[in-house]
Unconditional design. Structure first.
Length: 227
């Protein structure tokens, strides 16, 4: 895999609560330089990041979060958050599954929660990735979460928010890849900080990597500074 191919699989991410406009400027400049798939930012920064990337003539798009980080928001709140993000320029939405509903056996609630956001995204030609928070689920629940997300129309299933007990593992990526149909992609996120870790996820079946260490990952591919 070339450096450019690897970069095109990375969502270059800053979701920390103390993020500043200056850090978003750096994030967008790095994403433009290295050719990352997206910048992933909190909803407040979507409009700013979109403007920066458009001004740079970049092909990088903006991803943001919905119902982040625990997924327990009411659907109407997730929908409002999604619609605002789409209006502000986001084209990818990483929404958190309603874990409490799923684990309580309220499968229809969890599915309709996703479907509402998927339908809003489709009206803007955007896509949804569903964060299932693998560290909090049994293997059976992981398979169920993937199935629910696929039925609801998600484009991706994603391992983790990065704000729970654990992050991505190759074992979970393989499980998610086996569970989902080929047209549903898999995103690995949480604790992926170097080239070796990113490649292990890709080899396990990940199509996209969510990380705040995108520059280190592509730099590690050639032992230098990337490009």
């Amino acid at each position: 895999m070339t450096i450019a191919e690897l970069a095109s699989r990375i969502d270059h991410t800053d979701l920390q609560p103390d993020t500043t406009e200056s850090r978003i400027e750096t994030l967008c400049a790095e994403a433009h330089r290295y050719g990352f798939a997206t910048v992933c930012v909190m909803p407040y920064f979507v409009r700013y990041a979109s403007r920066l990337l458009n001004q740079a003539g970049s092909g990088v798009v903006v991803c943001t979060t919905v119902g982040f980080p625990n997924g327990a928001h009411m659907t109407i709140a997730k929908l409002a958050e999604a619609e605002q993000a789409l209006a502000d320029g986001a084209t990818e939405l990483d929404m958190v599954l309603n874990l409490g509903a799923l684990k309580s056996g309220r499968i229809g609630v969890a599915e309709e929660d996703i479907r509402a956001v998927v339908e809003a995204a489709r009206s803007h030609q955007a896509i949804v990735k569903v964060i299932i928070e693998t560290a909090l689920l049994s293997d059976e629940e992981k398979r169920l979460a993937c199935t629910v997300a696929e039925r609801a129309g998600a484009a991706f299933v994603k391992t983790s928010s990065g704000f729970s007990r654990g992050g991505a593992t190759a074992e979970d990526i393989r499980l998610m890849r086996r569970t989902c149909s080929p047209h549903v992609r898999v995103k690995a996120s949480g604790g992926i900080r170097d080239h070796a870790a990113a490649m292990a996820m890709i080899e396990a079946g990940a199509d996209r990597i969510g990380t705040s260490s995108g520059v280190a990952i592509v730099s590690g591919a050639d032992g230098g500074d990337g490009y």
